[in-house]
Design a binder for this molecule. Structure first.
Ligand SMILES: CC(C)(COP(=O)(O)OP(=O)(O)OC[C@H]1O[C@@H](n2cnc3c(N)ncnc32)[C@H](O)[C@@H]1OP(=O)(O)O)[C@@H](O)C(=O)NCCC(=O)NCCS
Length: 187
């Protein structure tokens, strides 16, 4: 049953009655941003631990349309552990990035995803900025990535972090859809 604030009794129980900061998310449920921020306040962005690879895979399955096996993620981790970062708080992971060293001067982002109900809180931004820093430490000059041409939010996100669209790849994904190639120049 709804009350005058538009919240259901259940939402009021969860969020409390003191005018919670709330926002409608995609599945028609409210999220309490203040509670989420509190949950994230002791977070770190760090290299993934091998036992967390399964969790990263689960986030990728929830967020990305391409399917990546655990074996592939392990292989990516082993080839460059410092390029596989997670955003974690407590014992939970909220997002991750997996990158590869392509040449001595070029790194590539293979996957980046954050948990849907925690988006637009700066998690993705902190992850990618840490990744960019790691790339600088390793002396890379450029970072490349591919993103679906219909992923408007993803494209905007990367542009916000200094990536530019340079070309388009037809028939790039397994479902035949196309990708933009985006680059960021580091020096
Ligand atoms: C792209 C992605 C990693 C961004 O993560 P995030 O934790 O929301 O990132 P931030 O909070 O730092 O930045 C959000 C910004 O990205 C864009 N954005 C990404 N997802 C968004 C969403 N669901 N709603 C609104 N804006 C979104 C906006 O420009 C937004 O800016 P704003 O919050 O100032 O309006 C995340 O949306 C995601 O996992 N998407 C699905 C997978 C994907 O597209 N990966 C990238 C391509 S492989």
């Amino acid at each position: 049953m709804e009350n005058h604030s538009g919240l259901t009794e259940e939402s009021m129980r969860i969020f409390g009655r003191s005018n919670p900061k709330k926002e409608l998310i995609d599945n028609n449920e409210y999220r309490n941003i203040d509670m989420q921020k509190e949950e994230l306040q002791d977070h770190v962005v760090r290299r993934i631990e091998p036992h967390e690879i399964k969790k990263a895979m689960e986030i990728s399955q929830r967020s990305l349309s391409e399917r990546y096996s655990k074996e592939l993620l392990i292989e990516i981790y082993q080839s460059w552990p410092d390029g596989f970062l997670v955003y974690s708080s407590g014992d939970r992971i909220y997002g991750f990035i997996a990158g590869r060293r392509v040449t001595q001067s070029e790194a590539r982002i293979l996957m980046l995803a954050t948990e849907e109900e925690f988006r637009s809180l700066g998690i993705g931004g902190e992850i990618i900025e840490n990744f960019i820093q790691a790339c600088q430490t390793y002396g890379f000059m450029t970072i490349r990535l591919e993103v679906r041409t219909d992923n408007k939010r993803g494209i905007e996100f990367y542009q916000k972090h200094g990536f530019l669209v340079t070309s388009i790849l037809r028939n790039y994904y397994s479902d035949g859809s196309e990708a933009y190639v985006m680059w960021k120049q580091l020096i």
